[in-house]
Structure formats: structure tokens, C-alpha cells
Design a binder for this molecule. Structure first.
Ligand SMILES: *[C@@H]1O[C@H](CO)[C@@H](O)[C@H](O)[C@H]1NC(C)=O
Ligand SMILES: *[C@@H]1O[C@H](CO)[C@@H](O)[C@H](O)[C@H]1NC(C)=O
Ligand SMILES: *[C@@H]1O[C@H](CO)[C@@H](O)[C@H](O)[C@H]1NC(C)=O
Ligand SMILES: *[C@@H]1O[C@H](CO)[C@@H](O)[C@H](O)[C@H]1NC(C)=O
Ligand SMILES: *[C@@H]1O[C@H](CO)[C@@H](O)[C@H](O)[C@H]1NC(C)=O
Ligand SMILES: *[C@@H]1O[C@H](CO)[C@@H](O)[C@H](O)[C@H]1NC(C)=O
Ligand SMILES: *[C@@H]1O[C@H](CO)[C@@H](O)[C@H](O)[C@H]1NC(C)=O
Ligand SMILES: *[C@@H]1O[C@H](CO)[C@@H](O)[C@H](O)[C@H]1NC(C)=O
Ligand SMILES: *[C@@H]1O[C@H](CO)[C@@H](O)[C@H](O)[C@H]1NC(C)=O
Ligand SMILES: *[C@@H]1O[C@H](CO)[C@@H](O)[C@H](O)[C@H]1NC(C)=O
Ligand SMILES: [Cu+2]
Length: 568
């Protein structure tokens, strides 16, 4: 009897120990609804989660599980994506419209399960249907596992800094308009920091975002670029920033006066409040390498304010942001990121590549439709399109994952090409217009479970060169190299960084340049890869991978939840 009690006690003790190490499951409810908002002196209804914009920040620890019940109480289709969360074996909750699910229609709900694995730092969630993500987004803060520490001194406070874009018009109207006329979308009317444009816009001074700091303390800013169509420069006057992470992975500390951040990307920086007591502007504005694009040239600001008894200087110090087309400033910053790689955060760059892919990312044009009474608003009277390897993706009526899982034929083909159909001088200043028309297809690339994949993204000057922030779902990748011009398969791989390349989920391929990524395809499912400039995504700059099941019992796609939204 005594022995039994002792054993029972032992079991309970073990259970308690295991419990403290076990993952916590969090439950949240997302009410998607139309909410009136006033910005830039005018009001409109926007789609929000729980009436807040930006939406709620979710706080978790590494390895936790999150269950979110999404209720669509709005008047349009919606899906929610957990950007940068790998969702091991469970693409069912990943979210991209017509790739892993059909939309949650008005009046419907969907329970999503979000499973963290090795992500630690900052990620974010956003809608992944039409252009609803303009206002349906929020930060995900992932703390170190309980009992473990940040690889830097614990900051005094942590603050999400969410950069976004605002149109005075309804976002759905902006979308419909450019898809109909074939031209560029209207530029936004403002950029935002935590939902506020800042004082250089009309009617915006009062509500500008203010960050109160105490002299001598260190703050962790978790910066998210939730903008739709612009890579941004961000900076704080007189304060050097120390980058410590990007895309939910730690980096070697990198000191910089500014950051360049792509839509989709997150950057964690330490801010040392070590300047004279004062107010200082923080500011963000567009980085745009295509002079033809009518971009939003405004500057959003927020205010850094030291605690204490003083009168702020006049003028308040303003940061020196790089010029709008300063490609050197962008590539210098992005190209300087390195994985931290300490004992607790090892680096696992695939060294032997089993699957070599070479993907051109291009803008294209298509004929204006036959019955158009006036020419389209795109180049040469045609309509804009965009492609990967000359394939402009056409969304199917039934999502690819559903078709794959249930063997529904005729939805997609698995012939997505490993190489572009033609090799030419991709970055030449004068590429023949004959090459501009892409194929329009619904094609996927199948990857064997466990294959080690290298993708060389080659930006082209077809129609016009511009940076393309490429994002992969279901995996993070190592960015092992980049360079201006055409990729040289004999020379460029010799300069790859296979030691400490940054681990990211979104990487800007610079204008008329190439960028190489590597990852291990160890997550069975259907995973979208796309440009995170939403106009390029809308024009077809996306494709999907199907990662096949492995042999092991824990290497197989899990079954779908019972309440998957129906396609018809
Ligand atoms: C959203 O609102 C619902 C209903 O009021 C609430 O139950 C839920 O906790 C909120 N969710 C978040 C993430 O704040
Ligand atoms: C887009 O811009 C054009 C030109 O300024 C304007 O006429 C049109 O109404 C705008 N569309 C939307 C949806 O705001
Ligand atoms: C920004 O763009 C607007 C509209 O094209 C133009 O009128 C204005 O001069 C530009 N401002 C700056 C600072 O370039
Ligand atoms: C581009 O930005 C870098 C870094 O901020 C700066 O040194 C350089 O002078 C800028 N170039 C131009 C042409 O403004
Ligand atoms: C970035 O710029 C700094 C200073 O201007 C320079 O020292 C450094 O070598 C550059 N780094 C890269 C990767 O170009
Ligand atoms: C063009 O007009 C013809 C005849 O009215 C019609 O049959 C066809 O569907 C139209 N095509 C498009 C793309 O609207
Ligand atoms: C490709 O075009 C670029 C830009 O015009 C030019 O500088 C380069 O020399 C060309 N490369 C080749 C191999 O012709
Ligand atoms: C571009 O190519 C066309 C046709 O090949 C030629 O007529 C034109 O002169 C070229 N323009 C430039 C700037 O090289
Ligand atoms: C893309 O494919 C179309 C159709 O086959 C072809 O006409 C066009 O030249 C191709 N463009 C490129 C850049 O490969
Ligand atoms: C909403 O989603 C359903 C299901 O996929 C689709 O049939 C319908 O056309 C969508 N509605 C709009 C306005 O896109
Ligand atoms: Cu793009």
C-alpha cells in the first residue's frame, strides 16, 4: 500500500513536471464585422476583428497552441492567415483563399487551430481573401518558452509597431476598380503607425501614436509591415536601433539608423532610450524602385516621448529616412541580417540540395478583354498581370488542398515548371513586348517529403522591374545569397552564406536582381508562395507547393476539421 502511494505520488510529480513543460492552449474569438472609422477627416466602415484596428495582439509562448473561433459577421467573404506560423501537418488552418480553404461566408464561422513550433519573436495574423487584409490584421507576440530567456537583456517593455496603409475609399472599391480597368490600383492616401497616420496628415494630429519611455531603459519594438503595396523605411530620430530578430527568428544584433521592411515581414529592434529628454519623431515612408508606379509619397509619424519635466525642443527632431528609390539603403539593410545561431537557436542550412528550382518573378500584360469599348489602363492599352515562371496563377473554384486531399480531378495540374520557359537577359532595359503575355494556369509544384529545396528567384525587367517581397507559407527559409542582375549559376553559388544566413518567411528580391533561398520541405500539405505586394498577388504572382506525406506516422497530413467552409 505504502509503495503504491509512493508510486502514485511519483506519477503525480512527474505529471506536474511534464505539465509545466507542456504547451498551453489558448482560446480566442474573432468577431469579423463592419466598424465605422474616421481617418483623414472622413468616415467609412471598415472590416475589423472585434471592432479594433489594428486588431487584437495575440500573446503566446514558443510551442503554444491557439484555437480561434472566427465568426464572419461582416458582409463579405473572409479568411484568416497566421503569417509565419508553420502549422505542422495542418494546412487546414493556414487560410489563403482557394489554396487551403474556401472563404468563410457572411454568417458562417470556422474554428482554426494554430500550432506554434520553433517560431519565437514576432509574427502576425491577417485576412487572406480579396484585399480584406488592409484592415483585418494584428500582431502575434511569441515569448520564449517559460523558463528560457531572450538572447538579449530583458527589455523594460515591448511594443508592437504595426505599419499599414489607408485609403479614404472603400478597399473593395479600389480593388474592383483596378481589376476592371486593368491598370495600377490607386495609391493609398496615408500610411499608418498603430492605426494612426500622424500629424502630417489632415485631422490626424490629436490621435497620433505616442510611445512613452523612461531615460536609461531599453524597449523592444516589434515592427510589422501590414501595408498592402509598399516596402517601407522606418526610423526614429537620433536613436540607433539594434535589430535582434525578423520573421519569428533571432538575428545577430545589427545596429542601424533605419530599417527596410517588406509587407509580410516583421523586424524586432531594441531601442535604447539614451538621448536627452525630449520628444522625437518616428516615421515611415515608401521605398519604391519603379518610377512609373504612382505610389503613396506621404510620411507617417508617431512620437517618442521621454518621461520627465522639460519642454520639447522646437522643432522636434525628425529622422533622416533614405530616399524613396534608394536601393543601396534597402539591400544594405536586408543583406546585413544574419541568423543568431547560439546553442539554444541552432542554424540548420540545407547543404545538399535535392531539388533545384529557378523562378522568374515578372510583371506581364494581357490583352484588354475583347469587348472593351476603351483600351485598358495598363501598359500599351493592355491589362496588368504578373507571373512566376511565366505562369499567372488562376484561382480555382475549389481550394487546392480540398482537391488534393479528396482526389478531385480537374481543379489544378501538377506541372508547375522548375525553370522558366525561356532564358534571356532578364534584366535588360529593353525586353521585347512579345514576351509579356503569360500563361494563365492553376498549377502546383509537388515536393517529396524531406526534400531539400533551393529556389533562385530571378527578378525580371519585363514590363518594369521592381522589388518583389516573396513569402512562403508552411516553412521558413534561409536566405543564402543575392546579387544584382542575372544569376550566374557557375559563379554566384560560390558566394552563398551557408554559415549564418537569416531565417525568414518573406524576402524582398531587389529590382532586377536575384535572391536564393533554401529550405527543407518537411511539412506535408499545400503551401502558397506569393509576392506580398497585394497588387502583384491579385495579378497572379503566386504558385503553390504540395509537400507529399513522409513514411513516418508523424509525417502525414492530418485530417481536416469538421467545419471546413464549403466551396459551394
Ligand atoms: C473578441 O470579442 C469577443 C466577444 O466580445 C470576446 O469574447 C473575445 O475575447 C474577443 N477576442 C479577442 C482576441 O480579444
Ligand atoms: C481612383 O483615382 C481616380 C483618379 O484620381 C479617381 O477618379 C477614382 O475615383 C479613384 N477611385 C477610388 C476607388 O477611390
Ligand atoms: C506626392 O504626390 C502628389 C500627387 O502625385 C504630388 O502632388 C506631390 O507633389 C508629391 N509630394 C512629394 C513630396 O513628392
Ligand atoms: C542611400 O542611403 C545610404 C544609407 O542611408 C546613404 O549612405 C546614401 O547616401 C543614399 N544614397 C542616395 C543616392 O541618397
Ligand atoms: C552597409 O553600409 C555600411 C555603412 O555604409 C557598410 O559599412 C557596410 O559594408 C554595408 N553593408 C553591406 C552588406 O553592403
Ligand atoms: C463579348 O460579347 C459577346 C457578344 O455579346 C459575348 O458573347 C461575350 O461573352 C463577351 N465577352 C466578354 C469577355 O465579356
Ligand atoms: C543584360 O542587360 C543589362 C541591362 O541592360 C546589361 O547591363 C547587361 O550587360 C546585359 N547582360 C548580358 C549578358 O547581355
Ligand atoms: C528597343 O528595341 C526596339 C525593338 O527591338 C528598338 O526599336 C528600340 O530602338 C530599342 N530601344 C532601346 C532604348 O534600346
Ligand atoms: C510566356 O508564355 C507565352 C505563351 O506560351 C509566350 O507567348 C511568352 O513569350 C512567354 N513569355 C516568357 C517571358 O517566357
Ligand atoms: C464567396 O465565397 C463563395 C464560396 O467560395 C463564392 O461562391 C462566392 O462567389 C464568394 N463571393 C464573393 C463576392 O466573392
Ligand atoms: Cu511583386
Amino acid at each position: 500500500m505504502k509503495l503504491f502511494v509512493l508510486q502514485l505520488f511519483g506519477v503525480l510529480l512527474l505529471g506536474a513536471i511534464l505539465h509545466t513543460q507542456a504547451r498551453t492552449t489558448h482560446h480566442h474569438t474573432f468577431i469579423v464585422e463592419e466598424t465605422p472609422y474616421t481617418r483623414l477627416c472622413s468616415s467609412k466602415n471598415i472590416l475589423t476583428v472585434n471592432g479594433s484596428f489594428p486588431g487584437p495582439t495575440l500573446y503566446m509562448h514558443k510551442g503554444d497552441i491557439l484555437i480561434v473561433d472566427v465568426y464572419n459577421k461582416g458582409n463579405q467573404n473572409i479568411t484568416i492567415h497566421w503569417h509565419g506560423v508553420k502549422q505542422p501537418r495542418y494546412p487546414w488552418s493556414d487560410g489563403p483563399n482557394y489554396i487551403t480553404q474556401c472563404p468563410i461566408r457572411p454568417g458562417q464561422s470556422f474554428r482554426q487551430k494554430i500550432e506554434l513550433s520553433d517560431e519565437e519573436g514576432t509574427l502576425w495574423w491577417h485576412a487572406h481573401s480579396d484585399w480584406t487584409r488592409a484592415t483585418v490584421h494584428g500582431a502575434i507576440v511569441i515569448y520564449p518558452k517559460k523558463g528560457t530567456k531572450y538572447p538579449f537583456p530583458k527589455p523594460h517593455a515591448e511594443i508592437p509597431i504595426i505599419l499599414a496603409e489607408w485609403w479614404k475609399s472603400q478597399i473593395q472599391t479600389v480593388l474592383n476598380e483596378f481589376l476592371t480597368n486593368g491598370g495600377d490600383p490607386n495609391a493609398s492616401d496615408a500610411f499608418l503607425i498603430n492605426g494612426q497616420p500622424g500629424e502630417f496628415y489632415p485631422c490626424s494630429k490629436k490621435n497620433t501614436f505616442r510611445l512613452a519611455v523612461e531615460y536609461g531603459k531599453t524597449y523592444l519594438l516589434r515592427i510589422v509591415n501590414a501595408a498592402m503595396n509598399n516596402i517601407l523605411f522606418f526610423s526614429i530620430a537620433n536613436h540607433q536601433l539594434t535589430v535582434v530578430g525578423t520573421d519569428g527568428a533571432y538575428t545577430k544584433p545589427l545596429k542601424s539608423d533605419y530599417v527596410a521592411i517588406s509587407p509580410g515581414q516583421t523586424i524586432d529592434v531594441l531601442l535604447h532610450a539614451n538621448q536627452p529628454l525630449n520628444h522625437y519623431y518616428m516615421a515611415a515612408k515608401a521605398y519604391n524602385t519603379a518610377p512609373q508606379v504612382h505610389y503613396d509619397n506621404t510620411t507617417t509619424t508617431a512620437s517618442l516621448q521621454y518621461a520627465g519635466n522639460y519642454t520639447p525642443t522646437s522643432p522636434v527632431p525628425f529622422p533622416a529616412l533614405p530616399g524613396v528609390s534608394n536601393i543601396t539603403a534597402s539591400v544594405n539593410f536586408t543583406g546585413s541580417l544574419r541568423s543568431l545561431g547560439d546553442a539554444a537557436h541552432p542554424i540548420n542550412v540545407p547543404l545538399d540540395v535535392s531539388t533545384n528550382l529557378f523562378f522568374t518573378v515578372s510583371l506581364n500584360t494581357l490583352p484588354c478583354d475583347d469587348n472593351a469599348t476603351s483600351p485598358c489602363a495598363g501598359p500599351r492599352g493592355r491589362r496588368f498581370a504578373a507571373s512566376v515562371n511565366n505562369n499567372s496563377f488562376v484561382a480555382p473554384a475549389v481550394d487546392v488542398l480540398e482537391a488534393y486531399y479528396h482526389h478531385i480531378h480537374g481543379i489544378y495540374s501538377d506541372h508547375f515548371p522548375s525553370f522558366p520557359p525561356l532564358f534571356f537577359n532578364f534584366t535588360a532595359s529593353n525586353i521585347s513586348a512579345v514576351l509579356q503575355t503569360p500563361n494563365r494556369k492553376t498549377e502546383v509544384r509537388v515536393l517529396e517529403y524531406g526534400s531539400t529545396v533551393e529556389i533562385v528567384f530571378q527578378g525580371t525587367n519585363l514590363v518594369a522591374g521592381i522589388d518583389h517581397p516573396m513569402h512562403l507559407h508552411g516553412h521558413s527559409f534561409y536566405v543564402v545569397g543575392w546579387g544584382f542582375g542575372n544569376f550566374d549559376k557557375n559563379k554566384d553559388p560560390l558566394n552563398y552564406n551557408l554559415v549564418d544566413p537569416p531565417l525568414q518567411n518573406t524576402i524582398a528580391v531587389p529590382k532586377n536582381s536575384w535572391t536564393t533561398i533554401r529550405f527543407k520541405a518537411n511539412n506535408p500539405g499545400v503551401w502558397l508562395m506569393h509576392c506580398h505586394l497585394d497588387r502583384h498577388l491579385s495579378w497572379g504572382m503566386d504558385m503553390s507547393f504540395i509537400v507529399k506525406d513522409g513514411k513516418g506516422s508523424n509525417e502525414k497530413l492530418l485530417p481536416p476539421p469538421p467545419d471546413m467552409p464549403k466551396c459551394y
